[in-house]
Design a protein around this ligand. Structure first.
Ligand SMILES: Cc1cc2nc3c(=O)[nH]c(=O)nc-3n(C[C@H](O)[C@H](O)[C@H](O)COP(=O)(O)O)c2cc1C
Length: 173
């Protein structure tokens, strides 16, 4: 699939079929993630693949009861390793680069999933400490996004976007 087609065709999917997603496909998503750019090529990301229903239920609750999360056959939780980035880049690495790098990897997952016929949603609204406890994520590593993955059972229309002429600035702000 053409990259622009993927960028423009992808939608947040919140209703999933019960059909399972193969390990092979999940591995393709993680492979797409690891080709994201990262500051100094530090690659501060870690991914937790969650299929166990009780863990998915816990994640859905941590995500303010967004129950569609547990209805996806698999949830990928993307984490940012603050320590890897801060070792080289100090506070900027900890507060900015590791989050940016991981976000770029997360977007790769969304686009790759769409190109493979899968639906995903970026879930950022969750109680981080609760998610950390459920998944036993060590200190210094932040869970930053949950990505429920499955076969879409809906066809969401495109959400509106701010027009180009309202977001672009030439030469100065
Ligand atoms: C950082 C971030 C956090 C988000 N958190 C949530 C969330 O917690 N729950 C949810 O249903 N969607 C969440 N979304 C998805 C957005 O609502 C969605 O991307 C936006 O409405 C545009 O729709 P589209 O993805 O279909 O183009 C999040 C997206 C981003 C980038």
């Amino acid at each position: 699939m053409d990259v622009l087609e993927a960028i423009k065709g992808r939608r947040s999917v919140r209703v999933f079929k019960s059909q399972n997603v193969s390990q092979e496909l999940v591995e393709k998503l993680v492979d797409a993630a690891r080709w994201a750019p990262s500051a100094g090529n530090i690659q501060p990301w870690e991914f937790i693949i969650v299929r166990r229903p009780e863990l998915k239920r816990g994640l859905a609750e941590a995500a303010l009861h967004q129950t569609f999360i547990e209805e996806a056959p698999v949830v990928i939780v993307a984490c940012a390793d603050e320590r890897r980035s801060s070792q080289r880049y100090g506070a900027r690495g900890k507060n900015l680069y590791c989050i940016q790098d991981t976000a770029a990897a997360v977007q790769n997952i969304h686009l790759a999933a769409y190109s493979l016929g899968l639906g995903t949603c970026w879930v950022g609204a969750f109680r981080e400490e609760e998610a950390r406890e459920i998944l036993k994520v060590p200190r210094g590593i932040r869970p930053v996004a949950m990505i429920p993955v499955g076969y879409s059972a809906e066809a969401p229309p495109p959400r509106s976007r701010r027009p180009t002429n309202k977001i672009v600035h030439y030469e100065t702000f």
